[in-house]
Design a protein around this ligand. Structure first.
Ligand SMILES: [Zn+2]
Length: 243
């Protein structure tokens, strides 16, 4: 019995993040099983490296008309190798998604280690260069940042705020006016196919019991593995039929 429990615990990767965006934060009203607030989807690690994986993810999001509720967090120069400016087809793809209602936001410059666990000068240089690349690719409306690994030094935090970026960390969001506790979950970190049926009811329970507006974090590649896409399909199907 111990092994299955450990495995379930292992894949039940609960990440407390979220709460952001220009949406109110009332909890779902689950009287009569009717929810008033659908989840928000945060897609991390949006990079030309995961072009095909992203295509597969947005097919499901489109299917349930979640475009306006989905935020794509872009790495602008992934591993110092995948500079967005050198991938016009991928940029065009992101613009098409933006036209459909998806939000384009910033995840990191190169996503190497906890890159924003750094001093003021480095942070300033990285944010400046990141926004320059995004602007050069036609994305001028960046409002949010999720620092890679949720790591951000106080200096980097101040730099981000000075650029009018709202910061999403693991347990709260940080704005110029203060910190707001948040809650965010991720269930599809290399989810084995045979575990989908176990994880889905856990996610549904979390969503129903959530005190805050519910955020679902997903990572390309890991969600494309095993039962991840099937989980997303089922989860959005459930939350779409609620109003
Ligand atoms: Zn990341």
């Amino acid at each position: 019995m111990l092994l299955p429990i450990l495995l379930i615990f292992g894949i039940y990767k609960v990440i407390y993040i979220d709460e952001k965006i220009n949406l109110n934060t009332k909890p779902p009203n689950f009287k009569n099983n009717v929810y008033t607030h659908k989840p928000i989807i945060l897609v991390h690690d949006v990079s030309p490296l995961y072009y095909n994986e992203l295509k597969e993810i947005v097919k499901i999001i489109d299917k349930y008309h979640y475009q306006n509720r989905t935020y794509l967090f872009v790495i602008v120069n992934h591993n110092n190798r995948y500079n967005l400016k050198n991938y016009p087809k991928f940029v065009e793809f992101l613009h098409k998604l933006e036209d459909k209602g998806y939000h384009i936001e910033l995840h990191g410059y190169n996503h190497i280690d906890g890159e924003f666990n750094c001093n003021k000068e480095v942070a300033k240089e990285k944010i400046k260069k990141s926004l320059e690349i995004l602007n050069a690719c036609g994305f001028n409306n960046i409002s949010y940042i999720i620092p890679p690994r949720y790591e951000v030094s106080k200096d980097a935090e101040n730099v981000m705020l000075s650029y009018n970026l709202t910061i999403i960390t693991k347990n709260y969001i940080i704005t110029k006016t203060g910190k707001i506790p948040i809650e965010n979950r991720e269930y599809t970190w290399y989810l084995p196919k045979s575990f989908t049926g176990i994880v889905f009811p856990i996610a549904e329970f979390d969503y129903k019991m959530s005190k805050y507006l519910f955020y679902l974090s997903i990572h390309p590649k890991s969600i494309n593995y095993g039962g991840g896409i099937e989980f997303l399909d089922e989860f959005l199907n459930q939350t779409t039929i609620t109003k």
